[in-house]
Write a protein that binds this ligand. Structure first.
Ligand code: PSU
Ligand code: MN
Length: 313
């Protein structure tokens, strides 16, 4: 079924990323939904560029992933990043949207799920994002569970994130990850973080204080053919953490506004993010940027450790 010619045709690494992969150097994937639908222009493009710069400073190669002209692109040029941040034509594309976008030759912003697919097809094993999607509040009725969780169950990529936003039901999100056998490792923390705050109220399965320990866990899991990803939960730096009371109040309001406005499906996350930014007078966006930078830095260090591992360690 898998056709290498189609993969060659439809998954294209930039020359910089291709060279790094060829030489076994550290590469870090970045998603594009956060650019096209997670932050306003021009902060989205500035923040994407800053992530790339941080990854380079740590000695790894950034590979921002997006669908452009029906091709999964791994590593974007300056102009392509600008296009992803500016154009209103770019659709949010998760796993289910990929085949149609590829067939139609369109542009799409990749979510955590589809970025993992692109990364894995290209051979990139470490990915930095803001927060993963999860089980939405009220999912008992709506069945709204992000495809990110099912992707983590099947695709071998380590996703460095600041946990999950408390617009989600964090307890149920962790339950689904457990059901699907996805390890959740706290980097320097025993608590699963909730994006804007360092403690989401639930423990992680395992704590690691050194990226080399996480790299070994990745190697062993995949060497044994245990499929699926790993969540590396990296809390927002203390100095950028938001007041838990303010953020939970604003989230409650935004969730209610989404419900009463009839916002559904893939529009929910972008709607709530924009609402939160208004309610917090820009503080949620500022925190969002800082936690993404922190994730890019840790992901780059992890990728460097992973690339340098002795295969039998
Ligand atoms: N969480 C954020 N910002 C984001 C997203 C999640 O804090 O921009 C994006 C990610 O791309 C994630 C997607 O994969 O939202 C999840 O969307 P959904 O819940 O529709 O699966
Ligand atoms: Mn959803």
């Amino acid at each position: 079924m898998i056709d290498d010619r189609v993969i060659r045709d439809r998954v294209k690494a930039s020359p910089e990323v291709a060279a790094a992969l060829e030489e076994g150097r550290a590469v870090v994937a970045l998603e594009s939904t956060i650019i096209s639908h997670g932050m306003p222009y021009p902060e989205n493009v500035e923040s994407a560029r800053t992530c790339e710069r941080i990854i380079r400073e740590e000695g790894a190669t950034p590979a921002t992933i997006a669908i452009i002209g029906g091709v999964i692109r791994v590593g974007l040029s300056e102009e392509e990043l600008e296009h992803m941040g500016r154009s209103s034509e770019v659709r949010k594309a998760s796993r289910r949207d990929l085949p149609m976008l590829l067939a139609g030759g369109g542009d799409g912003a990749t979510t955590v799920a589809s970025t993992m697919i692109g990364a894995s097809l290209a051979g990139v094993r470490v990915f930095a994002t803001g927060g993963i999607g999860g089980v939405h509040r009220g999912a008992q009725q709506t069945f709204d569970i992000s495809a990110d969780l099912m992707e983590l169950a099947r695709t071998p990529v380590a996703v460095v994130c600041a946990g999950a936003k408390s617009i989600l039901d964090i307890g149920l999100t962790l339950e689904v990850l457990e059901t699907h056998g996805v390890p959740v490792i706290g980097f320097g923390t025993d608590a699963f973080p909730a994006f804007y705050v360092r403690d989401g109220g639930f423990p992680v399965d395992e704590r690691a204080d050194d990226v080399r320990d996480i790299a070994r866990i990745m190697r062993l899991k995949w060497s044994l053919g245990i499929s699926g990803g790993i969540v590396v939960a990296n809390p927002i730096p203390r100095e950028h953490e938001l007041d838990p009371a303010l953020i939970s109040r604003s989230i409650e309001e935004a969730v209610l506004a989404a419900e009463s406005g009839g916002v559904r499906g893939k529009e929910i996350t972008p709607f709530i993010l924009a609402r939160l930014n208004e309610a917090t007078q820009g503080r949620s966006l500022a925190a969002n940027k800082q936690l993404v930078y922190n994730n890019a830095r840790v992901a780059a260090r992890l990728a460097v450790a992973y690339a340098g591992l002795d295969p039998y360690q």
